[in-house]
Design a protein around this ligand. Structure first.
Ligand SMILES: Cc1cc2nc3c(=O)[nH]c(=O)nc-3n(C[C@H](O)[C@H](O)[C@H](O)COP(=O)(O)OP(=O)(O)OC[C@H]3O[C@@H](n4cnc5c(N)ncnc54)[C@H](O)[C@@H]3O)c2cc1C
Length: 398
C-alpha cells in the first residue's frame, strides 16, 4: 500500500475508538489514515476484556475467534463474605482483545481506511495557526502527513488533546490505577464474572475475576488514584490471589490507568476531535470503556465524514459530535460520575447491605436500576439523577 501525502482524516491510535471512527468515516466516503504506534493493533492488552453483547453487536458481527467466554452471571462478594448472583443482566463476553482490536481495524480497512503500524505520532502540524496534519516517526524516519481533520484516539495517556491546547488533565481521584494478572490452573465458573467489594479488599474500587476459560481468568483490581498509597494495587491484588487462588500460575501481568471522570469539557476544536479514553468517555463506576469508545468513534467518524463533504472543519460544525455523544451516553456518564463519589465512599456495612438486598431480589426481577437505586438510597438528589438517567437512556454497563 502506498501511503498518500494527504488524507481527509488522520486517526491517531488503532484501539476500538480509533478503528471504529476510521471505519465510519471511510464508509461515508472520506479518505482515512490510521497511525498506530505499536507493531499491531490490540497488543499489548491493557484490559479485563469484559463487554456486553448489546454494546458491541451494533458494530461488528459476533465472531467466536475473539470470544473467550460467554457470561450469564455476575457474582457480587460483600466484605462479610456473603455473595449474591445477578442473572438478569444481559449476555456478556470476555473478549480476546488482541484478536478483537485487530478485527475492528480490519473492518476499517475493508471500508477503505489505510493503516500504518509502528507509526508513532509525535505532534500536530500547524500552518498559520491551523492544524493541517500530523508529524510521526516510522522506522526511525520523521514523516508528515497532511489532513483536514485529526481524530485523537490515543488512549488514556493521550497527548493529542494537549498538542491541540485542550485541557486533558483529570484529578488524581478520577484515575483508577489498576493491576491485573491472567491466572491459569484456577477453579472458577466459566459463565460467571465475580466482583469483590470492601475497604480492606479494594478501597474506592473493586476486584474482578473475568473468566477466559474454565481454568483461566483475568483477575485484577482498580483503586482510585488518591487511595493507592502507601499500599498500591499490586499489593492488594497479591494478597487476594494468595487467599483465593494460592496455586495459580500467572501467565500475563499488566498495569494500567482508567479515567473515571466525565467526558472532557472540550472534545472538539477546529480540525480536531478526541474519542475514547483520550476524551475520557469511560463508564466512571465500572471502568468499562470499550463499548463507550466504539459508540463515540462511530459518532465522530460520521460527523467527520460529513464535515469533509461540506468542507466545514471548524469547531462549530464538529460540535455535532459532542451533541450526539451527550444524547447517546455523555449525560448518563455525567450522572454516573456524580454517583461514583458515593460508591467510592461507601463503607463495608453499606456493601454488606447491598449484597444482602440483592440476595432477596427474585432472579427474574433483577436489574441494574434496582441495584443503583438501593446504592443511592438516602440521598434524594442522587436518586432523582438516577431516575432521570434511566428515563433518558438505559445505563449501559461494560
Ligand atoms: C486494567 C484495565 C482493565 C479494563 N477492563 C475493561 C473491561 O473489562 N471492559 C471495558 O470495556 N473496558 C475496560 N478497560 C478500559 C478499556 O481498556 C479502554 O476504555 C479502551 O481500550 C479504550 O479504547 P481506546 O480506543 O480509547 O484506547 P486504547 O484501546 O488504549 O487504544 C489507544 C491506541 O492508541 C495507540 N497510541 C497511543 N499513542 C499513540 C501515538 N502517539 N501514535 C500512534 N498511536 C498511539 C496505542 O498504541 C493504542 O493502540 C480496562 C482498562 C484497564 C487499564
Amino acid at each position: 500500500m502506498m501511503v498518500q501525502e494527504r488524507y481527509d482524516i488522520v486517526v491517531i491510535g488503532a484501539g476500538p475508538a480509533g478503528s471504529v471512527a476510521a471505519r465510519f468515516a471511510a464508509e461515508n466516503m472520506a479518505s482515512v489514515l490510521i497511525l498506530e504506534r505499536d507493531r499491531e493493533p490490540g497488543i499489548p492488552v491493557r484490559c479485563a476484556e469484559g463487554v456486553s453483547h448489546n454494546g458491541i453487536a451494533p458494530f461488528i458481527d459476533i465472531d467466536q475467534r475473539w470470544i473467550a467466554s460467554r457470561i450469564d452471571v455476575a457474582k457480587l462478594h460483600s466484605p462479610n463474605g456473603e455473595t449474591a448472583n445477578m442473572y438478569n443482566n444481559g449476555l456478556g463476553y470476555v473478549l480476546e482483545r488482541r484478536v478483537f482490536d485487530a478485527a475492528l481495524c480490519e473492518l476499517a480497512a475493508k471500508y477503505g481506511a489505510h493503516l500504518i503500524t509502528k507509526a508513532d505520532a509525535l505532534d500536530l502540524v500547524w500552518e498559520d495557526g491551523k492544524i493541517t496534519g500530523v508529524k510521526y516517526k516510522y522506522s526511525g524516519e520523521i514523516r508528515k502527513v497532511k489532513c483536514d481533520i485529526v481524530i485523537g484516539a490515543d488512549g488514556v495517556e493521550s497527548r493529542v488533546g494537549r498538542w491541540a491546547g485542550i485541557k486533558t488533565v483529570v484529578r488524581l481521584e478520577d484515575i483508577d490505577t489498576c493491576a491485573q494478572y491472567t491466572l491459569t490452573d484456577i477453579d472458577i465458573e466459566k459463565d460467571t464474572c465475580e466482583f469483590y467489594f470492601g475497604t480492606k479488599v479494594s478501597p474506592g474500587g473493586y476486584i474482578w475475576i473475568f473468566p477466559k476459560s474454565d481454568n483461566t481468568a483475568n483477575v485484577g483490581i482498580g483503586l482510585s488514584g488518591h487511595l493507592s498509597h502507601p499500599k498500591g494495587p499490586k499489593e492488594y491484588l497479591d494478597e487476594f490471589v494468595q487467599r483465593r487462588f494460592p496455586k495459580a500460575k500467572i501467565t500475563y501481568t499488566m498495569y494500567g490507568g482508567v479515567p473515571t471522570a466525565a467526558t472532557l469539557d472540550e472534545i472538539v476544536k477546529d480540525n480536531i476531535m478526541l474519542v475514547g479514553d483520550a476524551a475520557r468517555q469511560v463508564n466512571p463506576i465500572t471502568g468499562g470503556g470499550v463499548v463507550q469508545a466504539m459508540i463515540a468513534g462511530s459518532i465522530a467518524g460520521k460527523v467527520a465524514a460529513q464535515a469533509v463533504k461540506e468542507k466545514r472543519f471548524d469547531k462549530k460544525f464538529l460540535k455535532e459530535y459532542r451533541k450526539e455523544w451527550d444524547k447517546r451516553l455523555g449525560k448518563t456518564q455525567k450522572t454516573m460520575f456524580l454517583m461514583k463519589e458515593r460508591f467510592m465512599n461507601m463503607n463495608d456495612e453499606r456493601f454488606n447491605r447491598i449484597v444482602e438486598f440483592c440476595q432477596n431480589i427474585p432472579r427474574d426481577k433483577f436489574s441494574l436500576k434496582t441495584l443503583f437505586t438501593e446504592a443511592v438510597k438516602g440521598n434524594p438528589k442522587l436518586m432523582i439523577d438516577v431516575a432521570k438517567a434511566f428515563l433518558v437512556s438505559k445505563i449501559k454497563m461494560k
